[in-house]
Structure formats: C-alpha cells, structure tokens
Design a protein around this ligand. Structure first.
Ligand code: ATP
Ligand code: MG
Length: 392
C-alpha cells in the first residue's frame, strides 16, 4: 500500500484529495502542522508528502528540510494556482513535483501519478546502488576419502551460522552426504537446479534449509546424475550464491576433477585436510604442488585432522614433508564424532566444549570474522602463530 502524508492546512485541498485518493491502494494520513509532520514521517516512511502552501510556514524551506532528511520520500508542493509558485525556490528545495488545485481533476490525478512514478524510480535507483553481497568462499578438499571433509564443512557452517547467512554446496556429486550429516532430506538438489532454472532467480527453492541461517545445496540424489553437472554450472552457482549469502562453504570429492578445480579456483580459502601418515602427507604435497601451479598457493591452508602423537613424526617433520605450515589441527575424538554423526548434528552442537568444536570455532574466526573490522594487534599475532587451535 502506498503511504502518503499531507498537512491538513487547506480545506479545498483536503476535499479535493479525499475525492481523488479514494483508491484503497493509497493510505493517506493527515497531520495538523509541520511539527506533527516530522513526528509522523519517521515511523510511517511515506512515499509522498504533500505540502500545501500556507501562511503558517514557509513551504519551500519546509520542503528543503524534508527532502534532505528523508531522501526516499517525494515531496510535492501544493498551490492554489500557478501565480503562487516560485519555480526557482521549488527546485532549490528539492520538490519532487508541484500541484495546482485550480487545475482540472484529471490533471491533478495525472500529477499525483507522476509523483508516485518518480518515487518508485527513486527507490529502484537506490536499490541498484546497494552493494550486492560478496560472500567469502571456503572449499574443503583432500586427496583421500574419509579424512573428515564433510565433518569440517558442517562444523564450519555451524560455527558461522546464527551470525551469518551460510550456504553449503555439496560438490561431492556422486556420494555427497552433507544433508545426511545434518539430518535433512533434500527434495531438490544441484541436479534439479541444473536441469531447471540455471538463471539463479529461484536458487532458494533448490536449497534445503537446516537451521540457524544455514542452507544446503545438496548433491544429486543418485550418483548417475552427477555427470549432468559441468564446471560452468559450478562457476555459475558459486557466483549466484556469493551474492545472496555471507559465506559459502563447499565440500568436494577427494577425486579431483573439473568440478573440484572450478570450486578451488573460485574460493578465497582452500582448506586442505591431511592426516598423519606418510602416504596421505605425500599425496597432500602433490595436491599442494598442483594448486601452486594453478596459482592458488596463497589460498591454501593445511588442516591436520585426527591429530595424535605418532612416534618419529613431529609437527616440524610434517611441515617439512608438505612444505607448508599447519593452519589448524583437530584431535581424534572417535566417540563424540560417531554420536554427533548418528544424531545428525554438528559436533559443536552436541559437544560444544570438545576440543574439535573449539578448534573449528577458532579456525572459523581466523578465516573470516566480518564483525571484527578493526583486527586488533592480538588477533594479528594469533593469525601468525604456528597454527590455530592447540596441539595435543
Ligand atoms: N577428528 C576426528 N576424530 C574422530 N573421527 C573423525 C574426526 N574427523 C572425522 N571423523 C570421522 O571420520 C569419518 C569420515 O569423516 P567425513 O565423512 O567427514 O570424511 P570425508 O573426507 O568427507 O569423507 P568422504 O571423502 O568419503 O566424503 C566420519 O565417521 C567422521 O565422524
Ligand atoms: Mg564427505
């Protein structure tokens, strides 16, 4: 409904406008004077304010004040006839339009409609100027299955949820289980989006809402549907979700193909999960070298999962083998993990005080903390420490 406020200053104006604006789509509020007008504009946020010329106030200076204080409202000056108008003053005051009560009713109607149109153009332009969201994109990858990618993805989402609008994309297209880890049953998946509306207007309807601001674009329901999805689709879906969410977290398959590469290329952070055995470490090093050749080196953050004491394998040796510092380490927590997965909950919900939950939370905070714009010295120091989270 279009909201209009007018000062009830002139009997002729009141009867004319009541007659014209009988349409239920308009809601007109009459105020007694300029002071009441100020009181009402703030809460009502009207589209149009009518200011009839009056002896009790200077219509131009009142118009100037309102135009400056409420730029999204269109101010329309009302005079009896053209002779009363000082065009220069009206323009300077930022008047959106001028109406003469002596004009025929149809002309007054036309002027009101023009003012309405001007106001909606103003709102549209304002909308266009609004910066679109550009989410942070984090992809979790590994060279080996079962290393903890999905675990990290859902727990990172939980760490950001409640505060930010989080999108999780399950790009483990054949056997993705993000939805299962969060105990939701997707009706639509990325497959349906690719088959249906790729233009992104209705991406929401293909996503499954979990809770706390977390939405999932699930993997296809059947493995054979995976082939339909191309690298271009992935590029497009990331681009769309970046504009609609604050953070996009991507789970990929450990089998590196075009889908995974496109996800990595379009990410701000690449969390490379590794494990303390030599074959996994060696393969992690190969993946790091590949990412370096793709010029993605500065985005890589190595996360050691299931950290435990292994004789002869110190943290320094590990960092030497892979040629990178460990960004974060998550300890082994078999029982709690099994319970969390079986309950279909992130571990930070079931066991918020567990070391894994705490370390994932710290990792999330270090990766992206839009609420801490100032980035204090302490935080900077923390970021440059060996790794996020404690050693076991
Ligand atoms: N730190 C940990 N301590 C104990 N168990 C863990 C830990 N991290 C993950 N797990 C368990 O390891 C198993 C595999 O984890 P997850 O499914 O997250 O791995 P993945 O890399 O996504 O595997 P896939 O490649 O098959 O998708 C799960 O049962 C999970 O609960
Ligand atoms: Mg997985």
């Amino acid at each position: 409904m279009l909201k209009i406020i007018s000062i009830a200053e002139n009997e002729e104006w009141i009867s004319k406008i009541e007659n014209i604006i009988s349409n239920p789509e308009f809601n007109i509020t009459w105020v007694a004077n300029e002071f009441k007008l100020y009181e009402q504009i703030q809460p009502l946020k009207p589209s149009i304010v009518f200011l009839p010329n009056s002896q009790s106030y200077n219509v131009y200076s009142l118009c100037g004040k309102i135009s400056r204080a409420f730029p999204l409202t269109t101010t329309v000056l009302v005079f009896h006839s053209e002779q009363e108008l000082d065009m220069k003053s009206a323009l300077r005051a930022g008047a959106g339009d001028v109406i003469f009560m002596s004009s025929p009713i149809d002309k007054i109607k036309e002027d009101i409609n023009l003012a309405i149109e001007k106001n909606s153009n103003k709102l549209f332009q304002q909308q266009q100027l609004k910066p679109t969201k550009i989410a942070r994109v984090i992809t979790v990858c590994s060279t080996k299955g079962g290393i903890g990618k999905t675990t990290v993805v859902v727990n990172l989402a939980a760490a950001y949820g409640k505060k930010l609008k989080v999108a999780v994309i399950d790009l483990d297209l054949q056997f993705g289980d993000v939805a299962m880890y969060l105990d939701v049953k997707p009706r639509q998946t990325i497959y349906d989006w690719v088959k249906g509306d790729k233009e992104g207007k209705k991406i929401d309807s293909y996503m499954t809402y979990y809770k706390d601001g977390i939405s999932i674009l699930a993997a296809p329901l059947r493995p054979e549907f995976a082939d339909v999805i191309t690298g271009d689709d992935v590029r497009k879906v990331i681009k769309i979700l970046k504009q609609q969410f604050d953070i996009v977290i991507i789970d990929v398959s450990s089998y590196m193909n075009e889908i995974g590469i496109v996800a990595l290329e379009n990410s701000d952070d690449i969390l490379l999960l590794t494990y303390l055995d030599l074959p996994t470490l060696r393969n992690s090093k190969i993946l790091i070298d590949t990412l370096v050749s793709l010029q993605l080196d500065d985005r890589i953050k190595v996360v050691l999962n299931r950290q435990m004491k292994v004789k002869g394998l110190t943290m320094d040796t590990l960092e030497q083998v892979i040629g990178k510092k460990i960004f974060s380490a998550l300890p082994v927590m078999e029982k709690a993990m099994v319970i969390a997965v079986n309950e279909g909950q992130p571990i930070s919900y079931s066991y918020p005080r567990s070391q894994v939950a705490k370390n994932i939370f710290k990792m999330a905070e270090t990766l992206y903390n839009p609420f801490n714009q100032t980035d204090s010295k302490d935080n900077k120091a923390k970021k440059h420490k060996d790794f996020v989270g404690g050693r076991v």
